[in-house]
Write a new protein. Structure first.
Length: 540
């Protein structure tokens, strides 16, 4: 490894290679042809978002189409005018309780009209909302998040208020009771001094840390406007279209649904118990591949645009949905603002890619020393541009590890996604899973997603996931229950080296999902261990 010098990011330190040749020309290791492709493939187009902040976009639609339906939820509706008035009541109350521009407001609740009111009221004050799903997040986590964000106010609903921990210095507000209080004014409070600027925070999203302590990702208005108010990230959302809200409110992709719909003047349709029923009546659907594969696509033909992210997508799923709607297989961790790559998929494409860099963003394929890989070779994806968030809240050490000064665009930052990828000859990105999913089995390097893809190529298998048991054994799960393990294993044997063969292949009706809609690998590991113990399976 080379020596490193120190640079700063928001007052903290970050490392960057200092090899003289690299500093003089960071593309010195590439051929002239690859240099052109590095910039041609890796740079998204330069586009100005339609509004500088999400708050400005919301104001625009509340003023220009007050009678249009903003939100639907289990038979109830709220127009943009009603959303404006209800959020004004709440914003005035929050202001009287000391909430100001730059503060954080916790939203500890469940899917509802009031959830949307809470988000909009918070943004009107130039504050950032911090969403958590009550009933899913543990109380210890809720308490930690409220304290580390310095929230003065916690917003909730009356029927879950008793599940929300509150400290003496915090005010708990039941939104549903307050917004129906006719004694409160629905006129807009003086919000000029609170109006958000592009670099102010819109939300703080907490992801699970490797130590079990949640990490807060700080997402700005500039970050969100860049993906939600430009194409293709807006997914064609516009007045008259309905956008499904099916994901956990604590998941970054829920902001794609909620803020994407409202900042583009569409109608947000919040699901009840049935995701299928919601999917059948919306024009735009955003999901994880695990959720989308659980739906009956034949009943979802009203969908005009669908997008998946968060985990690998089976080729068969992408091919099926792309036959009747514009389908995007996208990618991007929370730290790069929901997604930073996207491109429509077509059945005729040679590979299922994750697309190209979205506007004003960059993607680099680098080696372990942060040097560009030759075009077409695998490496780790680093993301740059306006998608790069403001780092982790109160965690400078982790920020230093993952955010670095961008050597290819001085003055900008880039983020280590820990995803493996390579450029296709057409300038799209192939995704090969997480760096953590590149494992060693019997001394050989194995891409777990590659094994899963081979399993999914069997005509009887819709979904597959492969896990490492130990240094010699893999275990795979396939669905549906009718999928044939032996047939699936034969596909792996035909397509991949012998050391990629899973020791055990188990078929399940559905693969278990986390509350955020991703594959639940912890539960799958336990299922594998239980099966091996109960069946007396001999490992290699």
């Amino acid at each position: 490894m080379p020596e490193f010098s120190l640079h700063t990011l928001n007052g903290s330190q970050a490392i960057d290679p200092v090899a003289p040749q690299f500093l003089a020309d960071p593309l010195v290791c590439l051929t002239p042809a690859d240099r052109r492709k590095f910039r041609g493939f890796g740079w998204g187009e330069t586009v100005r978002p339609r509004h500088a902040t999400i708050a400005a976009a919301l104001r625009h639609w509340m003023r220009s189409q007050p009678d249009a339906i903003a939100v639907e939820c289990t038979g109830q509706t709220m127009s943009y005018r009603e959303l404006d008035e209800a959020s004004n009541r709440l914003a005035g109350f929050l202001k009287r309780n000391g909430v100001k521009r730059g503060d954080a407001v916790c939203l500890y609740l469940q899917r509802s009209l009031e959830m949307v009111v809470g988000i909009v009221a918070t943004l009107k004050l130039g504050a950032a909302y911090v969403p958590q799903h009550v009933g899913v997040a543990p109380k210890k986590g809720l308490r930690h998040i409220a304290n580390v964000t310095g929230a003065k106010v916690i917003l909730t609903l009356s029927d879950v208020a008793d599940q929300v921990p509150v400290e003496a210095h915090q005010v708990l507000v039941e939104i549903d009771r307050l917004v129906n209080d006719e004694a409160l004014s629905s006129s807009a409070p003086d919000l000029i001094s609170h109006r958000a600027e592009p670099d102010d925070l819109t939300m703080i999203l907490f992801t699970s840390g490797t130590t079990g302590v949640p990490n807060g990702v700080q997402v700005t208005h500039r970050n969100l406007a860049n993906i939600l108010l430009t194409s293709p990230g807006d997914l064609g959302m516009r007045p008259g279209l309905k956008v499904g809200q099916i994901l956990s409110i604590a998941f970054d992709m829920a902001a794609w649904e909620i803020l994407g719909a409202l900042s583009n003047g569409a109608t947000l349709v919040i699901r009840g118990k049935s995701i299928q029923e919601t999917a059948e009546k919306v024009d735009v659907l955003i999901a994880t591949p695990s959720i989308l594969s659980s739906l009956d696509h034949d009943r979802c033909k009203e969908v005009k645009a669908a997008a998946v992210a968060g985990e690998p997508c089976p080729r068969s799923l992408a091919d099926t949905w792309s036959t009747f709607c514009t389908f995007y297989n996208s990618c991007g961790p929370t730290e790069t603002t929901i997604i930073n790559t996207a491109e429509p998929h077509f059945v005729e494409k040679k590979v299922l890619s994750i697309g190209r860099p979205t506007p004003n963003n960059t993607v680099y394929i680098l080696d372990e020393d942060l040097r560009p890989m030759p075009i077409g070779e695998k490496g780790e994806m680093w993301a740059g541009g306006d998608c790069v968030t403001a780092g982790y809240l109160a965690n400078p050490k982790l920020t230093d590890e993952r955010y670095r000064p961008d050597p290819f665009r001085p003055g900008h930052m880039m983020f280590r996604t820990r995803d493996l990828g390579r450029w296709t000859e057409d300038g799209e990105l192939e995704h090969f899973g997480r760096v953590d999913d590149l494992v060693k089995i019997r001394g050989f390097r194995v891409e777990l997603d590659g094994v899963s893809s081979a399993l999914e190529s069997t005509d009887c298998c819709i979904r597959a996931v492969t896990l490492k048991l130990d240094d010699r054994n893999l275990v795979s799960f396939i669905s549906p229950a009718s999928a044939c393990p032996e047939k699936a294993r034969q596909q792996v044997n035909d397509r991949l080296p012998y050391y990629c063969m899973p020791t055990v292949v188990l078929s399940l009706p559905e693969l278990p999902r986390t509350p955020r809609g991703k594959l639940d690998k912890r539960q799958l590991h336990k299922l594998a261990e239980d099966h091996i113990a109960s069946e007396g399976v001999e490992l290699n």
